[in-house]
Design a protein around this ligand. Sequence first.
Ligand code: 5RP
Length: 210
Amino acid sequence: MELQLALDLVDIPGAIEVIKEVEEHIDIVEIGTPVVINEGLRAVKEVKSAFPNLTVLADLKIMDAAGYEVMKASEAGADIITILGAAEDESIKGAIEEAKKQNKKILVDMIAVKDLVKRAEELDKLGADYICVHTGYDLQAVGQNSFADLAAIKSVVKNAKTAIAGGIKLDTIAEAIQAKPDLIIVGGGIAGQDDKKAAAAKMKELMAQG
Ligand SMILES: O=C(CO)[C@H](O)[C@H](O)COP(=O)(O)O
């Protein structure tokens, strides 16, 4: 089980500072959608060159022109690129095909997908590397989470790795761990804490205990 730190509310120097603090306790660093909107793919490029040994995920949440966008994120140094599960199959196929060419991985974000089980089954057959259930900020604000969704997709996904994101904190990570995803994605639960290193270390410790 791997831990991904999502960085959403920082600029490039801020991202580098946080990563330095928690690097030894995380497996993947995510350059979040707001950071890419503010700073462009330069954020991916600068983080990858500062931490060449760290797996970098570009959270582009691609919806269209998927092959092209995967190519540009790959050129910037991303190892994993995200596309939305709600995108057309043609876009999903384009993203997966380009990622294979570039030796990269695709994480499909299931945010706002209504029939999760059916779509997860389809995405698994299309060859997604990761399928991620996700409660975005706007639904976190009204008290939702993705724990039941993770169990639901795990019942049908055979090949892809499964992931969960959205509001996971130290006091809720146990529920995510129980459902045994391959990847747990945490943003504010680490980046928003005073002692980021301690939060990441404790989460990794709980994940190792299983
Ligand atoms: O993609 C995102 C929002 O769309 C976030 O990166 C993801 O939800 C993880 O952050 P947090 O743990 O703070 O919810």
